[in-house]
Ligand binder design. Structure first.
Ligand code: BTN
Length: 244
């Protein structure tokens, strides 16, 4: 199967499409790229060692391709931006608040609809694993944020149809990255940023810091302005928002 110039491998059920792609990369040759798609995952993985509950009906896939190590953070922003742009193509999205939460969550009305896990594979291969709640919004016991699905937000769609829309935006954004570097991508991302200019909290391990989210630096680090005016750059962390 070929979708939007990607060679696609499909299985009914796998442990994790990221693990599948990581294994494939071990024996892949330079110049190859592939998309791994499954209807269900038994061991779906999330960021920071969390699990990703993968119910049949939702979308789970991983892109595997070669890249320079310096480009890795760009794919965080390209992935979430392309997902949001795919959602915005549905007319129903006009009644939904579609926003991006740093570094890479897509929010619908403030609730998380998708997750992205980027992992380094063998040689120069990178794996971008994406889960989109098409129908169900799984409630995990260790849940950090409210969750939602496209369907629950009012968008009924076929998951392959959504995947094609996403890949078309991905290809367009990769062309933009190659032409102008990450700057244009970050500008587009910021236009959809959730709570830009507002107070947020960011947790890194045990440490939680609060301040105003004033933007991104030229590499995509979050700029947090503290009460004393000092601006700190945050490279990793989970962002939380003060109650609306
Ligand atoms: C997150 O914690 O928000 C990231 C979740 C990423 C889930 C996707 S589903 C497809 C791919 N395979 C995995 O095991 N994880 C990613």
């Amino acid at each position: 199967m070929n979708i939007e110039n990607w060679d696609c491998f499909y299985q009914n059920e796998v442990d994790s499409t990221n693990t599948w792609a990581l294994n494939w990369a071990e024996n892949a040759s330079s110049g190859q790229k592939a998309l791994f798609l499954a209807d269900a995952q038994t061991l779906g993985r999330g960021r920071r060692g969390r699990s990703w509950i993968s119910l049949s009906g939702n979308l789970f896939f991983s892109l595997c391709f070669e890249t320079e190590p310096a480009d890795i953070s760009a794919f965080t922003f390209i992935s979430s931006l392309s997902l949001a742009e795919a959602v915005l193509e549905y007319p129903e999205s006009q009644n939904i608040g579609v926003a991006l939460k740093w570094p890479n969550d897509v929010l619908l009305n403030g609730a998380k609809v998708s997750g992205i896990l980027i992992e380094k594979g063998a040689k120069n291969f990178l794996i971008v694993g994406i889960g989109v709640n098409i129908i169900e919004a799984p409630q995990a016991s260790n849940i950090l944020y409210p969750v939602i699905s496209l369907e629950k937000a009012g968008i009924k769609t076929d998951k392959l149809f959504f995947l094609k829309k996403f890949l078309a935006h991905w290809n367009k954004n990769i062309t933009l990255l190659k032409a102008n570097g990450i700057t244009d991508i970050l500008q587009k991302w910021l236009k959809l940023a959730y709570k830009l200019g507002e107070n947020i909290s960011i947790s890194q391990r045990e440490n939680v810091e609060s301040g105003k989210f004033i933007g991104l630096d030229d590499k995509g680090a979050l700029l947090l302005q503290k009460d004393d005016g000092v601006v700190e750059k945050k490279l990793v962390g989970d962002v939380f928002f003060d109650k609306d």
